[in-house]
Design a protein around this ligand. Structure first.
Ligand code: C5P
Length: 222
């Protein structure tokens, strides 16, 4: 039975990578495909949520959501999120936001005259931490991709960013993670955890959406 647990709930979800421009034709990026985020957006929609998707560039078809906003850089993603967040109940950050951006993107194409090129990078804002620090914050769900000591890092991240839930996955191994069709997650919240074993990202997204709905409703419905 497909329960529409999240009917009337507005969800803001970030997905995909960001691209940080070096010059008009080049960027720094990462290997996020956007698959997990898009699958989660669909799964939350199937639970009845009104989903606003803010996505960096991906090769994926846009899922059926209430609103889809396409962005390129971390600063654009942050602006779109801040514009939408006040009207949302739940914020899910699946985006692989670049931690740094070029300090001074060149106005014209950089020519290959020099043998060496040094780039100066500056920190990008942490969108999820900013959202979690709002008063009142929406119910916040973050992701943690870790290569080792997954549990310790995820728990520390949940506390540091002030999140309601965090979904941790091990990356860099044989299976799961970036650019793969399957993944496994361990989800942590205040006083609880659940292991979601290795499975296709579409099914994993449905299980995670159900878990998010469960935790969110327990918190927000009397
Ligand atoms: O600190 P770290 O990048 O590992 O945290 C990952 C989580 O934070 C993810 O949910 C990601 O979407 C979010 N994030 C963000 N803005 C950043 C960096 C990460 O929203 N600049």
């Amino acid at each position: 039975l497909a329960e529409r647990l999240l009917t009337g709930t507005r969800v803001l979800l970030t997905a995909g990578p960001t691209r940080e421009l070096l010059d008009p034709v080049r960027y720094l990026g990462n290997r996020s495909s956007g698959r997990m985020g898009y699958a989660l957006a669909s799964a939350l929609g199937h639970l009845g949520a009104q989903v606003v998707l803010v996505s960096g560039p991906t090769a994926l078809p846009v899922p059926k959501v209430a609103e889809s906003i396409q962005v390129e850089t971390a600063l654009e993603m942050r602006a779109a999120v801040m514009e939408q967040v006040a009207s949302c109940d739940l914020f899910v950050a699946t985006a692989a936001v670049a931690d740094y951006r070029p300090a001074e993107p060149a106005a014209r194409k950089i020519k290959k005259d020099a043998e060496e090129l040094t780039l100066r990078l500056v920190r990008n804002p942490d969108i999820l931490a900013e959202v979690a620090a709002l008063t009142p914050p929406p119910f916040t769900v973050g992701f943690a991709a870790e290569t080792d000591e997954v549990e310790r890092h995820a728990l520390a991240k949940r506390t540091a960013k002030g999140l309601d839930m965090i979904a941790a996955n091990r990356v860099g191994g044989e299976r799961g993670g970036f650019e793969r069709d399957e993944n496994a997650l361990t989800v942590f919240w205040d006083g609880g955890r659940r292991d979601l074993p290795m499975m296709p990202k579409t099914r994993l997204a449905r299980e995670l959406a159900a878990l998010i709905a469960e935790r969110y409703l327990e918190r927000h419905v009397a």
